[in-house]
Each structure stands twice: as C-alpha cells, then as structure tokens.
Design a protein around this ligand. Structure first.
Ligand code: GAL
Length: 419
C-alpha cells in the first residue's frame, strides 16, 4: 500500500467543494483500485484529495495490473476472509454478482439526496442498482473504441489516420516500410480482447456486436461475419512488434508518445497518459474512432461499490465518498486527469479537450441511434464468467500459429455458456 502526496490537489478539491463541506468526520475509507499508471494515478489522487478535503482519511489499496484482473482476484480473497475494503472499483454485470452475495452496502440515501436518478443516463443508473437499490457510485464514461495516433509518424510514412480497416492495413504497411512500429500493443489477454472488440464493432457493426458479444447468440458467434472478424483481428497482429508479449498498456502508449510506434488501439485512459506527459490532442497526438466505428461507441463506466461495514465513522466516511464521487466538482477534476468524460449529466465541458468533447457528442448520438454498446473487454457486457472464458479463447487465438477461425468459433460458442 502506498501513501499519496495529495497536498496541492487537496487544496484544489477543497476549494471546488466549498468550505462549508469541510467538516471533520474522522472516518477512514480503504479504497481498492488498479489505477497505477501516470494518468490513472493522477486521477486516483484526485479522488483521495476529494475525500481528504472532507475530513476523512483515505487508505490507498492499489493493485497494479491494467484491466483489473489482479485487483479482482485480491478483492475476492479479502471478502472471503471477512475483511473487505470500504470501497472497490467494481463495474458492469459483476456488480450484480457481488450484490447477490449480500456483501454490498445500500447507497439509496446518498443517491436520493443528490437525485442520481435524474443526474445519470437511465441505462447507466439501472446498471448501478440491485433490486431497485443503488449499490455503486459511478465516476466516468470511458470510450473504448479509440485509435491513438502520432501524426509525426504518419507523416514520415506519408499516410493519413485510417478510418476503415482497409485504410488501417495500408497505413500500417507504410509505417512498417518507414522502419517504425505500426501498432503499439501489449500482449496481455485483456489488451488482445480490447482489439478484438474494436474489430468486431468495425467489421460487423453495432447490431452484429450486440448479437455476438452482448446477447452471446450462438448463430452469430459462428457466422461468416465472425469469420471475417477473426481473420481481420489476426492480421492486425502482423503490425505489432516482437516485444509486445506481456507489455503493460501504458508502456505501449509511451511508444506512441515517443514516436517509436504510429498507433495504439486502446480506451481513452490512454489519453490520460498523453496528458500526463504534457501532450496536446490535435497537435502532438490525435484521437480517431477505431477503424469503421465512428458511428458507434463502446462504453466502459468505472464505478465504486461499497462494502457493508460495522464502524459508524467509517460508514459515514464511505457515504461521503459515494456522495463526493457524483459531485460536479469531482467529476470534472477526476475526468480531466483520467481521459474519460463525466458520467453526470448536464456538466459543463469547457475545460475538456477535443477528444472528450467528441466522446461526449458521440455518446449522445450513438445512444439515440442504438449504436451505443457495452464493452465486453472491460466488464460491461456479460457475466464475468463468460467474459473470462471468451477472453481466453480470443487471446489464445491471437497467440496461436495453428488455430483456424472455424475452430475458434466453436470454442467461442462453448465459452459463451460459462457460468
Ligand atoms: C479499464 C478501466 C479503466 C482503466 C483501464 C486500464 O478496465 O475501466 O479505468 O484503468 O482498465 O487499467
């Protein structure tokens, strides 16, 4: 467990929250999360500072590992041993699994005091409830289907940022010929899976994505379209470098930042890395929708579930945290660092950059058009059991030299049945 130095942020948070809220509660909240990269850590500090500005103590419980697989393993062992943290970064359908275990706290009073029902998009609010009661507080909306581009590298290769998969392969080939790495990638199963969902959305479209990766329809998981998705996905690997296996996602982002690689397919937590490195969108880097997905949006909402506690002061601190998370001041401060956009509705986005504004506009438009879809790679679409099984199949295929798309489709159909 590391200690944060939060003094400057704490002052900013205190100012933003207003001095009337600076009451001493003397409670402690232990918060489990996996935000340890440059941009992520800055965002986590904003959360700690917001807490401390309210007089409570933050106990940091960071478990490194992008995508949160390690954090979730550690969380399970803490809860099983009867010693849960106050709050944990849990999202999507697995919130329901935790609620079913009867270990989560009810946040209705906090939600009611700030009218979360009116201040959140309904579909998102519904996912944060179990049997009609709030069980988690949301911090943001991440868009997963982004391609991060270094314009200098593209210039050297004399190509434009790709908007279709055909253009992607042309650009990638040109970057390779120019002696640079086309696509920065970290070969970890959740990163392979992130590329897979981008390809599924880009090649198949939103309706195909929903049938295959949300409803897990067997006929769609084994279809001519899925074969095309799998073939395209595997071709992407040819444009990654040989040191990709095991690399952390933020190190892949750093390769784009330094101009060693031209592009990265990653959610907008990657923007947090560019920003933390002092880079400006539209100048030093570009954010474009992943190939073929400009009219669709894979969303990933980070949220904190609170565990049932006995100590009164800590329960109070926990509720303070839930309330603070949804406050406009926090939503702004946090998301400026995290790369995501506020999940709270009707926020002023003046301080946000062009990528965030684009994300916000596309969130609204795709929601109306029916092409706003939950990210399967980031725990938003299916049960964690099915997600894990499908992720393994996809990642094995990415790494294997011999699996055919036909074999993989059969494996996908069985994996989708995992409970
Ligand atoms: C996602 C999470 C993001 C970001 C990313 C990489 O699943 O929602 O907040 O942290 O993993 O760690």
């Amino acid at each position: 467990m590391r200690k944060f130095s939060v003094k400057p942020l704490q002052a900013a948070a205190a100012l933003a929250l207003g001095s009337t809220m600076l009451l001493a509660h003397a409670g402690e909240v232990e918060v489990l999360h996996w935000w340890t990269s440059g941009g992520e850590a800055k965002a986590a500090k904003a959360l700690a500072a917001t807490m401390q500005a309210k007089g409570d103590t933050w106990k940091d419980f960071a478990v490194a590992g992008g995508g949160g697989d390690s954090a979730m393993t550690v969380l399970k062992s803490r809860v099983v041993s009867g010693n849960p943290p106050s709050a944990a970064q849990i999202k999507g359908p697995s919130l329901q699994d935790w609620a079913k275990e009867g270990v989560l706290a009810n946040l209705d009073d906090v939600a009611k005091a700030d009218n979360w029902d009116a201040n959140l998009p309904k579909a998102i609010a519904d996912g944060l409830k179990y049997k009609g009661h709030y069980i988690a507080a949301p911090v943001n909306v991440h868009r997963v289907n982004w391609l991060w581009v270094n314009p200098e590298v593209l210039k050297k290769a004399n190509v434009k940022a790709p908007t279709t998969w055909a253009e992607f392969f042309t650009a990638a080939e040109a970057i390779k010929k120019a002696g640079l790495i086309p696509l920065a990638h970290g070969g970890q199963s959740w990163q392979d899976f992130t590329i897979f969902e981008d390809v599924a959305l880009g090649v198949g479209g939103a309706d195909f994505y929903k049938k295959a990766l949300v409803q897990l329809d067997p006929a769609t998981l084994k279809s001519a379209k899925m074969k095309e998705v799998l073939t395209t996905f595997k071709k992407v690997k040819d444009y990654t470098d040989k040191n990709a296996p095991g690399r952390d996602w933020n190190l892949a982002t750093a390769m784009v930042i330094r101009g060693e690689a031209g592009m990265q397919l990653m959610g907008d937590w990657a923007k947090g890395e560019f920003i933390a490195a002092g880079k400006t969108p539209g100048k030093d880097f570009e954010c474009v929708a992943a190939p073929g997905t400009s009219k669709a949006y894979t969303y990933n909402v980070d949220s904190f579930a609170m565990f049932q506690l006995k100590n009164e002061a800590n329960i109070k601190a926990q509720k303070n945290l839930a309330g603070a998370i949804m406050s406009p001041a926090f939503q702004e401060l946090f998301n400026l660092n995290k790369g995501s956009i506020p999940v709270r509705l009707n926020m002023n986005l003046d301080k946000f950059d062009s990528c965030a504004k684009q994300s916000s506009k596309d969130f609204v438009e795709t929601s109306k058009a029916g092409s706003l879809v939950p990210s399967i790679a980031h725990g938003m679409a299916v049960s964690s059991a099915a997600e894990g099984a499908i992720k393994d199949v996809v990642s094995q295929y990415w790494n294997s030299e011999k699996d055919t798309p036909e074999q993989v489709m059969d494996k996908l159909v069985s994996a989708a049945k995992a409970k």
